[in-house]
Design a protein around this ligand. Structure first.
Ligand code: ATP
Ligand code: MG
Length: 435
């Protein structure tokens, strides 16, 4: 069954739920009408009871059958989402570009045994992000998601060799060996600039904290980085407000606690509060690198809900990284699929979910519990073969050795990025993707 068919079935199911709720509410209304003379004499009250009952039944059915209507919901979300910000001109001229990454290449010289190798972690990645947009980055382990995004706030190790451009609010942040600090800012100022504009949260929040330092002191130190004259009392008040915003109960009392006294979900909330510590309301970028991978599904959905709320209330832009395309689709406006250090496909969430073009994106979707098996009882597909060695990636498409549609030419050269009229980008041959 193709995606259009699944979406149509999702739509029909929603219509069926509406009719079912109306019929059940109708019977309840009739029953009340026969039993109560007062309601029979007051039409408006009767209609209101009918509408409230129908609405409540519909909501309950929708929650119960959420997985079955998901295709429909994702499609709708994509239509409402902001326009894709392509590398060239944005189709929506009113939306400001926050971040522009162009031809980013990152490598690491390493020694393996007696051999000197050069790891090509990122091989020419370009993308942009509009203000207020949520960009999801998906791809298997080792595809270069963390290295790409760690370069934005300048968190790569010293031995990283970087080239290309990272422009944030039109200020160049990339420090490349060729042109030194092309932003022209001294290193300290550049760090301060990033701290005020860009926050980052990681997969295992517990590991980011010193076990011997209580949370009050962690916040005090963080605030002092940008404001050395801040008093302990001022820091306490600000920390309490941030923690409450991040949804941590009894925030004031908990500032005296140490990391081991918090659960994983609570530590992630603290991590989010710390990432936002220097960022002013109404702007800023939060990079969330697999922030929910170490958490159970209930806490995972609470953290996703918190990020969605912060996006709304703070006007935050978010880069959300995960290997789980189902999770990314839940929060992102646009999705970028990476593999072997390059971008394979990029488009709005609805486009990627409804009509994935690259064989790798299709493989990721059929391997996802969310999208691979909602409408069938078939087993989930796995992607055969192994991820390429970044020390010797070869000249061709990195996915070619595992791709069911690969042609001999795919192993010779990396295919060009095809940009379609709606902005969707695919790095594959037209004869394979059929356009
Ligand atoms: P995961 O989903 O497992 O987090 P990822 O997509 O985030 O994977 P990256 O961490 O970006 O992958 O790594 C991309 C490649 O760069 C990997 O092959 C990794 O081994 C390599 N790499 C990352 N950091 C370094 C480093 N400091 N030195 C050498 N190689 C590195
Ligand atoms: Mg990673």
């Amino acid at each position: 069954m193709n995606d259009k068919m699944k979406e149509l079935l999702g739509g029909l199911f929603v219509a069926f739920l509406v009719i079912l709720s109306s019929v059940i509410a109708g019977f309840i209304y009739l029953f009340i009408l026969l039993k109560s003379e007062y309601i029979a004499a007051h039409d408006t009250l009767g209609y209101m009871i009918y509408l409230v009952t129908a609405g409540s039944i519909y909501c309950i059915l929708l929650i119960l059958f959420r997985p079955l209507v998901r295709y429909k919901m994702i499609a709708k979300k994509g239509v409402n989402s902001k326009a894709l910000s392509p590398l060239g001109n944005s189709p929506n001229e009113n939306v400001q570009k926050l971040l522009e990454v162009r031809d980013l290449k990152i490598g690491f010289p390493v020694i393996r045994g007696t051999e000197e190798l050069y790891i090509q972690a990122v091989r020419g990645v370009s993308f942009s992000l509009n203000e207020g947009e949520v960009l999801g980055i998906v791809g298997e382990s080792g595809s270069g998601k963390s290295v790409t995004t760690s370069a934005i706030p300048g968190l790569l190790p010293k031995n990283a060799v970087i080239s290309g451009s990272i422009r944030f609010e039109r200020t160049e942040l990339a420090k490349t060996p060729a042109d030194g600090n092309s932003a022209g800012l001294p290193e300290k100022e550049l760090r301060m600039y990033r701290g005020r504009k860009i926050g980052m949260i990681f997969q295992e929040p517990g590991r980011s904290f010193d076990p011997l330092q209580n949370m009050g002191s962690v916040f005090y130190e963080t605030f002092r980085n940008s404001d050395p004259s801040i008093t302990k009392e001022e820091a306490r008040v600000r920390a309490e407000a941030l923690l409450s915003e991040a949804g941590l109960g009894n925030a004031g009392e908990r500032l005296g606690n140490f990391p081991h006294q918090f659960s994983g979900g609570q530590l992630q909330r603290i991590g989010i509060a710390l990432a936002l510590a220097g960022i002013a309301q109404g702007s800023g970028l939060l990079i969330a690198d697999e922030p929910t991978t170490a958490l159970d599904v209930t806490i995972q959905s609470q953290i996703i809900a918190l990020l969605k709320k912060l996006r709304r209330t703070r006007g935050l832009s978010i880069i959300f990284i995960s290997h789980d395309i189902d999770l990314v689709a839940d929060i992102a406006d646009t999705i970028m699929v990476m593999y072997g250090g390059i971008v394979m496909e990029r488009g709005t969430t609805a486009e990627i979910i409804r009509s994935p073009k690259h064989p790798y994106t299709k493989a990721l979707l059929s391997a996802s519990p969310g999208f691979g098996s909602h409408y069938s009882r078939e087993r989930l597909a796995s992607i055969p073969g192994r991820v390429i060695d970044p020390a010797s990636p070869g000249a061709g498409c990195p996915f070619a050795p595992r791709c069911p549609s690969a042609l001999p030419v795919c192993s010779a050269d990396i295919p060009k990025l095809l940009v379609q009229a709606d902005g969707q980008e695919v790095r594959c041959l037209p004869e394979i993707i059929g356009i």
